[in-house]
Design a binder for this molecule. Sequence first.
Ligand SMILES: Nc1nc2c(ncn2[C@@H]2O[C@H](COP(=O)(O)OP(=O)(O)O)[C@@H](O)[C@H]2O)c(=O)[nH]1
Ligand SMILES: [Mg+2]
Length: 235
Amino acid sequence: MGDAYEVCVVVPTFNEAENVRALVEGVKANLAGAALLFVDDSSPDGTSEVIAEIAKSEPWVRLKSRAGKMGIGSAYQDGFREAIAALSPAIVVEMDADLQHPPSVLPRLVGAVRAGADVAVGSRYVPGGGAEGWGLWRRAVSRGANAYARAALRLSVKDVTSGFRAYTRAAAEEVATAGLPARGFEFQVAALKALKTNTKTVEVPYTFTPRRSGKSKLGLGDMARFFVAVLRLAF
Ligand SMILES: Nc1nc2c(ncn2[C@@H]2O[C@H](COP(=O)(O)OP(=O)(O)O)[C@@H](O)[C@H]2O)c(=O)[nH]1
Ligand SMILES: [Mg+2]
């Protein structure tokens, strides 16, 4: 038997060496007692070495290393499975490594699940939420992707592409075993669609903040793929 934690935060990383220390500090300060599992895809910038170094003195920080870049969706599915098997958490959280998801919101996400939700979605598109530092183009892409996916799949969640969420273990298990897309935002949308219809979902407002360091991996190809992936989910 491995260790047990009530909450495990799963964080996919690709070239986030400059961000992971601040993320670890943010999780520690806001969610004391949680475990943190990084899923790194052999980042060329040495992210996994930084994580391994931190883990020496922080046993609640874990690292799963994968052989190559396989996509954020597959990183979450692998990470959820590993977290559940190794740490048997009651609650599984997903967030990015780049601090665009403020760790200060973690207690509210986890609190919503403790209070009875199956899924708590950190949301930019409910009152009190928003995005800082986005130009008109980035704003339009996010709004457009959300409106399109919500309409195509008849989802009631306002921020369906959000990658800042807390799941009950049962809901995380459903997501990890549903054979969902391996890449980009389509994974987040597909996860909402894969959950049972009686799943209780709540949205917790948060402000998406500019990247601390490093680069976004989102490109034009990802948007085209998202469009097709959502269309396929709809039929
Ligand atoms: N393991 C893994 N992590 C990834 C991959 N692609 C992106 N990430 C991580 O997923 C998170 C979100 O990616 P990011 O590029 O910041 O997306 P954006 O915030 O929408 O621009 C970050 O922590 C990235 O390091 C991947 O292929 N594998
Ligand atoms: Mg980001």
